[in-house]
Design a binder for this molecule. Structure first.
Ligand SMILES: Nc1ncnc2c1ncn2[C@@H]1O[C@H](COP(=O)(O)OP(=O)(O)OP(=O)(O)O)[C@@H](O)[C@H]1O
Ligand SMILES: [Mg+2]
Length: 324
C-alpha cells in the first residue's frame, strides 16, 4: 500500500527500511520526513537510541515524548514503531494536552465558584439546626438531610479539585517529619461514630516512629482506604491497619470486590454495584488515592475476594520516605 493513501489522517505515518525513511503520508511530509534520508536527520527526541535499537532488533517500540523536527518545531507526541509492518506512527498529543488543561481549568474554577455559596449554605443550615426552636420531627429530619447533602457536596468538590490538581501536576509536595500513628489516630477519630455504629474492631500496628513524607497525602490515602474498609465491612468485624517500614496495608473482611469490577475501582466516579446498598459515596476516593500515589512515586494495589474481604496496599518509595 502506498502511504499517500493515508494523507487524510492527521497522524504521521512513515515506512522504514532499517534506519532509512522509505515512504510517508502527507502529515509526515509536513513534519519534515524526506525519502531515503536517515531517521536521525528528520526527527529528534530523548529516546531516539531506543527506537533505533528496536528497529535493528525488529521489536515494537512506543513512547510519549516531546518530538523535535528539523524546522525547530516541537510537538508532544506518541511515537509507535510496529516491527511487523515496519511502520512508524507519530500521533500529535498537543491537542489532547490542551484539552486536558482546559478541563483542569474548568474543574478548578467551577470548584472555586461553588465553594463560597456552599459554605454560606452549610453555615446557615448548621445554625438552623443548632438554634432551631421548632421541635417537630419532620422539620428536624429535613434540616438533617439538607446538612448531610451539603456535606456530601462539599466532599465531592474538594475531592474533585484535589484530584484535578494531582492529575495536572499542580500539587506541590511538601515534605515534613511526622509520626504516622498520629495520622492514623486522626483518621480513626474522624470515623469513630461509624466504627462504633458497626461495632468494628480496628487493630493498628505502626512500629515506624517517624517518617518524612507529605503528611496531607499520607492522611488522604489512609482516610480513603480506612473509610472504604469501614463502609464495606459487615457489623462486628475486624479491620487491620499496618504501617510498617514502607508499606501501608488496610485489610477488611467485608463485602469484597467482584471479579468483573476489579479493573474499574480506581476509575473516577466508579461505584461497585453492591456498594450502593452498603454506603454512600461518590466513587472518587480510590481515584484520588491512585493519583496521589502517582505524584508521590508510591505504588497502590489490592487483593480482594467477593464476599470474603479486601486488602489494599500502598508501597511508599524509599526516595520519598526517609526514616528520620
Ligand atoms: N474495601 C473495599 N471493600 C469492598 N469494595 C470496595 C472497597 N474499597 C473500594 N471498593 C469498591 O470500589 C468502589 C470505588 O471506591 P471509591 O473509594 O473510589 O468510591 P466510594 O467509596 O464508592 O466513594 P467515595 O470514596 O468517593 O466516598 C466502591 O464503590 C466499591 O465498590
Ligand atoms: Mg471510598
Amino acid at each position: 500500500m502506498k502511504l499517500n493513501a493515508l494523507d487524510a489522517i492527521r497522524d504521521g505515518v512513515v515506512r522504514m527500511e532499517h534506519m532509512t525513511v522509505k515512504d510517508f503520508n502527507q502529515r509526515a511530509s509536513e513534519m519534515g520526513f524526506k525519502r531515503d534520508h536517515d531517521i536521525f536527520t528528520c526527527i529528534s527526541f530523548d529516546e531516539i537510541d531506543q527506537l533505533t535499537r528496536s528497529i535493528i532488533l525488529s521489536q515494537d517500540f512506543e513512547t510519549k515524548t516531546n518530538l523535535y523536527f528539523l524546522n525547530d518545531v516541537s510537538q508532544h507526541s506518541k511515537i509507535m514503531y510496529n516491527a511487523q509492518t515496519k511502520l512508524l506512527f507519530i500521533i500529535d498529543l498537543s491537542e489532547e494536552e490542551h484539552l486536558k488543561k482546559v478541563k483542569s481549568d474548568v474543574v478548578m474554577s467551577i470548584s472555586h465558584e461553588l465553594r463560597t455559596p456552599l459554605s454560606v449554605a452549610l453555615g446557615n443550615v448548621q445554625m438552623l439546626k443548632d438554634f432551631s426552636t421548632f421541635k417537630d420531627p419532620d422539620s428536624e429530619g429535613m434540616i438533617n438531610k439538607t446538612l448531610k447533602s451539603l456535606n456530601k457536596l462539599e466532599k465531592i468538590i474538594s475531592q474533585l479539585s484535589l484530584l484535578t490538581q494531582a492529575e495536572f501536576g499542580s500539587y506541590s509536595l511538601r515534605y515534613e517529619i511526622f509520626e504516622p500513628i498520629k495520622v492514623i489516630e486522626e483518621v480513626l477519630s474522624d470515623y469513630q461514630k461509624k466504627i462504633d455504629a458497626k461495632n468494628l474492631q480496628v487493630n493498628v500496628n505502626c512500629p515506624v516512629e517517624t517518617i518524612k513524607a507529605d503528611r496531607f497525602i499520607i492522611y488522604t490515602i489512609l482516610r480513603n482506604l480506612i473509610s472504604n474498609a469501614i463502609k464495606y465491612s459487615h457489623v462486628d468485624s475486624i479491620i487491620e491497619c499496618n504501617f510498617t517500614e514502607n508499606l501501608i496495608t488496610v485489610k477488611d473482611t467485608g463485602i469484597g470486590i467482584r471479579e468483573e469490577e476489579r479493573i474499574r475501582v480506581f476509575e473516577r466516579f466508579f461505584r461497585g454495584a453492591e456498594s450502593f446498598k452498603h454506603a454512600q459515596g461518590s466513587g472518587l476516593g480510590l481515584s484520588l488515592v491512585k493519583y496521589l500515589c502517582e505524584i508521590s512515586g508510591y505504588k497502590v494495589w489490592f487483593e480482594s475476594k467477593w464476599l470474603i474481604g479486601s486488602t489494599f496496599y500502598v508501597q511508599l518509595s524509599n526516595n520519598h520516605l526517609q526514616k528520620s
